[in-house]
Design a protein around this ligand. Structure first.
Ligand SMILES: Cc1cc2nc3c(=O)[nH]c(=O)nc-3n(C[C@H](O)[C@H](O)[C@H](O)COP(=O)(O)O)c2cc1C
Length: 252
C-alpha cells in the first residue's frame, strides 16, 4: 500500500507512479487527516510512505498520523521523500518511527522534484518544473523496481551538515518558521473555497467568503500555490513568484 501526503502534488504524482509500476493500491493521508480518521490499514504488500521533505525530514504531521494509525499485514516499510534539493539525514528518524510501530525499515530515498516552498524560496517556472519532472521519472522507476523486488534502498552516509539540518535545525524550523500568520488574501479572491477544501488540516475557514487561517498550519503551500486566481500571498516573499501546483484529482 502506497500512502501519500502531498501539499502541491509532487508526492501524489510520485506515489501514483509507484502504484502503477508495483501494481499496488494508493492511500491518501491528506483525506485521512482532513477527516480526522483513526485508521486501521491492512496490506499484504510493503507499506510505502511518500511525502514531501520538510526541513530535511518527513513532515511532522505525517509522523503524528503514523503514530496513531494501526498497520496490519506486511511488516515492511519504505519511505520515499520528494524534495526540492535533498532530504539530509531523514532516514534515522523514519527508522526510529518504524521501530515504535513494529515495522522493518527498508530504507528512505529522496526524489528531486520542483521546489514548492514559496514562503521561503523561489519556485520554478513552468518550463523549469517540466524539466525537473521529466528527470524524476527514471529515479521513481528505479525505486519502484527495488520495492517490487523487496530489496532495501541503498544506504547513504550522512555528512555532519546533514545531521545538523535534520537534527537540531528541524525543531527550530517548526518553532520559528511554520506559522500561518504570514498568509494574507487580497481583493482578487473570488470566494471559490478551494483553499478551504484543499487544506489537509482543515485550518482554513471562510469568513465573509474569504479564507481565514486558524493557527494549525504545516506550511504545505496547498492554499497559496493552488489558488486559481493567485489571491493569496505570504508576507512579501511570494509577490511576483510563480505558483507551483500539480495536484490532480486525489481519487486518480
Ligand atoms: C515546509 C516545507 C519545507 C521544505 N523543506 C525542504 C527541505 O528541507 N529540503 C528540500 O530539498 N526541500 C524542501 N521543501 C520542498 C519540498 O519538499 C518539495 O518541493 C516537495 O516535493 C513538495 O511536495 P508536495 O508537492 O507533495 O507537497 C520544503 C517544502 C516545504 C513546503
Amino acid at each position: 500500500m502506497v500512502c501519500y501526503f502531498s501539499g502541491t502534488g509532487n508526492s501524489h504524482r510520485v506515489a501514483k507512479q509507484i502504484v502503477q509500476r508495483c501494481g499496488d493500491t494508493l492511500f491518501s493521508m491528506n483525506q485521512s487527516l482532513k477527516a480526522g480518521a483513526e485508521e486501521s490499514l491492512h496490506s499484504e504488500k510493503p507499506f510505502v510512505f511518500v511525502t514531501p521533505t520538510y526541513s530535511w525530514r518527513m513532515p511532522r504531521v505525517v509522523e503524528q498520523w503514523m503514530k496513531k494509525t494501526t498497520f496490519t499485514g506486511s511488516k515492511n516499510a519504505y519511505f520515499v521523500l520528494t524534495c526540492g534539493d535533498e532530504c539530509g539525514n531523514a532516514a534515522p528518524y523514519a527508522k526510529a518511527l518504524c521501530e515504535k510501530k513494529g515495522f522493518t525499515f527498508l530504507g528512505l530515498a529522496g526524489v528531486v522534484m520542483p521546489e514548492n516552498y514559496l514562503a521561503m524560496f523561489p519556485t520554478p517556472t513552468k518550463e523549469e518544473a517540466e524539466t525537473i519532472l521529466a528527470a524524476s521519472v527514471p529515479r521513481i522507476a528505479e525505486l519502484a523496481s527495488i520495492i517490487a523486488q523487496g530489496k532495501s534502498f541503498p544506504i547513504i552516509s550522512p555528512s555532519l551538515i546533514d545531521r545538523l539540518k535534520s537534527g537540531p535545525v528541524n525543531p527550530l524550523f517548526y518553532t520559528f518558521m511554520v506559522s500561518d500568520k504570514g498568509f494574507a488574501v487580497g481583493d482578487r479572491c473570488v470566494g471559490c473555497h478551494l483553499c478551504e477544501k484543499r487544506c489537509p488540516l482543515n485550518n482554513i475557514t471562510m469568513v465573509e467568503n474569504k479564507p481565514h487561517w486558524n493557527g494549525n498550519c504545516t506550511h504545505c503551500m496547498a492554499c497559496i500555490c493552488g489558488c486559481p486566481v493567485q489571491a493569496i500571498e505570504y508576507k512579501k516573499k511570494s509577490k511576483g513568484q510563480p505558483r507551483y501546483y500539480i495536484m490532480e484529482n486525489e481519487k486518480d
